[in-house]
Design a binder for this molecule. Structure first.
Ligand code: ZN
Length: 116
């Protein structure tokens, strides 16, 4: 193998390694958020006793752990299936709580019967 091909191969490996490290870091951050969210749910619901976690508290925990991302909007979204701001927001400025893409994908798969 020529030294040019060795160099090109080394560069491709370097780029791929960098991309994989970034992907692993993102997945680890997501996993940590999910673990913390689940731990908070267990605490908030006082399992196995069963607490009373309302929708607002759930939303706050999901936001705290990156499952929902609040986005200030000048008006509620129209026709979006991934948020509820048109149902809960007024006609003016509102906060839209955007679901993480993995959650949208998972809920879509469940709706289509692709997962158990
Ligand atoms: Zn919205």
């Amino acid at each position: 193998m020529s030294s040019i091909k060795d160099f090109e191969l080394a560069q491709r490996i370097h780029v791929a390694t960098h991309e994989l490290k970034a992907r692993i870091a993102a997945l680890e951050a997501e996993r940590e958020g999910l673990r913390a969210f689940i731990a908070n749910l267990f605490e908030a619901t006082d399992w196995p006793e069963g607490g009373d976690l309302d929708g607002f508290q759930f939303q706050e925990l999901a936001t705290k752990h990156g499952i929902l991302t609040p986005e200030e909007r000048i008006a509620p979204c129209e026709g979006r299936e991934s948020c509820w701001c048109s149902d809960y927001g007024g006609p003016g400025p509102t906060t839209c709580y955007r679901k993480a893409q993995w959650l949208i994908d998972a809920q879509s798969a469940i709706a289509q019967g692709e997962t158990k």
